[in-house]
Design a protein around this ligand. Structure first.
Ligand code: OGA
Ligand code: MN
Length: 304
């Protein structure tokens, strides 16, 4: 299929999963792209929610420049947490690049009990990026620089397809509900990472509707994540049980696409209508260096 055709762009699109996901070829992001290509990628994202662009030779400058075409970018937290290497360092100069690797600032593999390694383990819980921010995210773009020989797939699903498949009684029950999300909730689930008081204060909880209409497609999407701690106005345990039930429903294998990384892959997902998680690998033995740029939701910015 040639989705870009109506825009005069020759992008080739291959479906990755029956419900969502597209492999996109025919574009080289190490050079500036024209407006038609930019729009064609946007159209693809609105329809498929996840795009895989293989063989992209990107450095951090390219990755930041491409991501910035689609909106303001998140920057690594101001407050330097116990995760240490966040922010500007020797390996990564841009505050817009999030370091999704198992390396320290000198490029050495982290020990299993290193605070950054422990913090990153939180990515193995099903989540959507930045739902714990009031100004949450539209797209994340994750680029593979070094990948381990085995494991470390990223699993993704489309929460519009999940919403469509919910029993109608559940749809009625969750309409209008608001969930509270906190990064410290998902980190507490694993137990190993305890934030400093300053870190905790710098990243307060956020509230978002459980069901939102995805602007680019007009479809309703479920907005849940490991960061969601409870339902506003409900007893904590009841809200938590509902969130767990929804996440369990959403993460059935029939909804999931598992991405096997190749060096050069750029995977883009729309955080407004997807969930994802990292999967294990031999992280004290092999290097995995992935880098993420994340776009702030302009609609949320405008609302603040
Ligand atoms: C992320 C993330 C998953 C992975 O970068 O936001 O969750 O497999 N990554 O590294
Ligand atoms: Mn993530």
């Amino acid at each position: 299929m040639n989705l870009g055709e109506n825009l005069g762009v020759d992008l080739s699109i291959k479906r990755l999963h029956p419900l969502f996901g597209a492999e996109v070829r025919g574009v080289d992001l190490s050079h500036a792209i024209d407006l038609a290509t930019q729009r064609a990628i946007e159209q693809t994202m609105d329809e498929y929610a996840v795009s895989v662009l293989p063989e992209q030779q990107l450095d951090d400058d390219h990755q930041v420049a491409f991501a910035a075409l689609y909106g303001p970018l998140e920057v690594a937290p101001e407050v330097k947490g116990k995760t240490g290497a966040r922010g500007i360092g020797k390996r990564i100069k841009h505050r817009e690049i999030f370091d999704i690797s198992n390396l320290d600032d000198d490029g050495r593999i982290l020990d299993a009990d290193d605070q950054r390694a422990v913090y990153q383990q939180g990515n193995q819980l099903w989540h959507t990026d930045s739902s714990f921010r009031q100004k949450s995210a539209t797209w994340s773009m994750l680029h593979a620089r070094v990948v381990p020989p085995d494991g470390a797939d990223t699993e993704l699903l489309d929460t519009r397809a999940v919403y469509d498949a919910l029993p109608s009684a559940t749809k009625t029950k969750i309409e209008g509900l608001v969930a509270e999300h906190s990064i410290w909730h998902s980190r507490a689930k694993l137990g190993g990472y305890v934030p400093s008081e300053e870190e905790r204060k710098s990243r307060p909880p956020a509230r978002h509707p459980l069901v939102r209409r995805h602007p680019g497609s007009g479809r309703k999407a479920l907005y849940v994540a490991s960061h969601a701690s409870h339902i506003v106005g409900w007893p904590i345990d009841d809200g938590r049980a509902l969130l767990e039930e929804l996440i369990e429903f959403a993460t059935q294998s029939k909804f999931v696409y598992a991405h096997k990384w190749r060096v050069g892959d750029l995977v883009i997902w729309d955080n407004r209508c997807t969930m994802h998680r990292a999967t294990p690998y031999q992280s004290t033995q092999y290097v995995r260096d992935l880098r993420r740029t994340t776009i702030i939701d302009a609609a949320q910015l405008a609302a603040s």
